[in-house]
Design a protein around this ligand. Structure first.
Ligand SMILES: [Zn+2]
Length: 461
């Protein structure tokens, strides 16, 4: 063994057990009680909970959006990820204007490879002007990009596809056994409400939320589900935010559609009351935050299995960037940080507060994303032969989530009113320690690109 984690309580999707964990060549090599040390480096978990590292399938590093670029590049963003127990991310390639999809892939690889501190994969965003490139889909799948993101809104930004275009791309992706990821909000409702609010002189941050009601989400989720089913492609609804949206997912799943939903920690722990605060603009993301009732129904969706994955939609902007929208909510760059706080929030607000079980947490933060995005069992579990991507959680460590504790490249925290009970104290990426006691101790550039291949049949728990 190269390393042995002693005094560990290992949590999986189905079990918690005490064991020493042997690691060799970056992989889980053995479990036993009182493993002979034989000169291996020992790491004392001190009875802490060892979980498989989080797989955050929804990040936007170095992302050009709304006239600016998200504040984390692949370096600072994956350092933040590592420090919170996220050991793999899947980011979204946004092709630049008149860049082909394949050029965009190589552009992203060349920016990410030298900087990433943890392993990463990529999804491809299919925007309007790339509709002529459907023939590249099989090539992208071959290069390890089997998932394609489609937008049902953001028409002015050139991202939105109409129903016919959505259907066309879905069919093509379905033929390659790929996956479509969908940003589901009804563009017509949103454009109209934005116009009405601006005409009425309603410019503050809360009108962002009022212009994107949860029925706009529910309508689009339902439409996306039917379109994808008709096109014969599996679909993934990103960042589900509302109870109405969750009902639409449950309906599609009850009909046997191959559809799954992700929600984000901010929809679980924050509510729309924050838009009344002076710093309300910092909470502007799409879809917006909702009510307490919506939060409760999303937690229930995790427990019942209708919501299968957690992603962060990590897309931070600093205060000065958020200020672009001081006098007009439509100019506030949309997005919040999140990849670093998935594990602390899901453990403290979810498991500790009995909203979900530890098994639910491992399933939605790691095992299900690994299965759904073609990384299982290399990642998403800690069985013999899996990558030694893990986090040791000190279950009683209290950390207030202020900006100075977090590693994302912005000057505020959207969670600074929350003190978590339980926090990762050591994180490993392929057997290398990347975080210890709040400090990043890994290396930028040590992460690897993860070419992904989807299984034909995926059974989710
Ligand atoms: Zn996103």
């Amino acid at each position: 063994m190269d390393k042995i984690v002693i005094n560990a309580r290992v949590a999986t999707e189905t079990d918690v057990f005490e064991a020493d964990i042997g690691i060799r060549d970056g992989k889980i090599a053995a479990y036993s009680h009182h493993m002979p040390l034989d000169g291996a480096e020992t790491i004392d978990a001190k009875g802490g909970l060892v979980v498989p590292g989080v797989i955050d399938a929804h990040t936007h590093m170095d992302f050009p959006f709304m006239g600016t670029t998200s504040a984390d590049d692949f370096g600072s963003g994956t350092v933040a990820a590592a420090c919170g127990g996220t050991t793999a991310i899947i980011d979204f390639i946004l092709p630049k204007q008149s860049q082909s999809l394949l050029e965009a892939l190589h552009d992203y690889r060349s920016r990410a490879d030298p900087l990433v501190a943890v392993d990463y994969g990529l999804h491809m965003i299919f925007k309007q002007e790339n509709l002529t490139e459907l023939e590249s889909v099989p090539q992208l799948v071959k290069e390890g990009i089997p998932s394609f993101k489609l937008f049902m809104t953001y028409r002015r930004e050139g991202l939105m596809l109409d129903d016919k275009s959505l259907f066309k791309v879905m069919k093509k992706v379905g033929q390659t056994h790929g996956l479509v990821a969908i940003h589901a909000e009804n563009n017509g409702i949103i454009e109209n409400l934005v116009e009405t609010n601006l005409e009425a002189g309603n410019f503050s941050a809360k009108y962002h939320a009022l212009s994107k009601p949860s029925l706009a989400e529910a309508e689009a989720v339902g439409r996306a589900a039917h379109l994808a089913h008709a096109a014969g492609v599996r679909s993934y609804i990103v960042h589900l935010s509302s109870a109405y949206g969750a009902e639409a997912i449950e309906y599609a799943q009850s009909r046997g559609y191959d559809i799954f939903a992700e929600t984000c920690p901010h929809y679980l722990v924050l509510t729309d009351e924050v838009y009344e605060r002076p710093d309300g603009r910092n909470f502007v993301m799409s879809p917006p935050l909702r009510s307490k009732r919506d939060c409760a129904s999303l937690w229930d969706g995790i427990s019942s299995g209708s919501i299968q994955t957690i992603g962060s939609d990590h897309c931070p902007f600093n205060s000065q960037q958020k200020d672009y929208g001081k006098g007009d909510f439509t100019k506030i760059p949309n997005g919040v940080p999140g990849t670093e706080t998935i594990l602390p929030l899901m453990f403290s607000e979810g498991v500790r507060k009995n909203r979900i079980t530890i098994f639910d947490m491992v399933r939605v933060t790691s095992s299900n994303p690994a299965r759904r995005f073609g990384l299982y069992p290399r990642k998403g579990c800690l069985i013999i032969g899996s990558d030694a991507d893990l986090a040791i959680i000190d279950t009683s460590k209290r950390v207030r989530l202020t900006a100075d504790k977090l590693h994302t490249n912005i000057d505020y925290s959207v969670y600074d009113h929350i003190t978590t009970e339980g926090y990762p104290v050591l994180v490993m990426s392929r057997g290398r320690t990347v975080m210890e006691n709040g400090e990043f101790v890994g290396k930028k550039g040590a992460g690897e690109f993860l070419p992904r291949e989807l299984e034909e049949d995926i059974t989710l728990r």
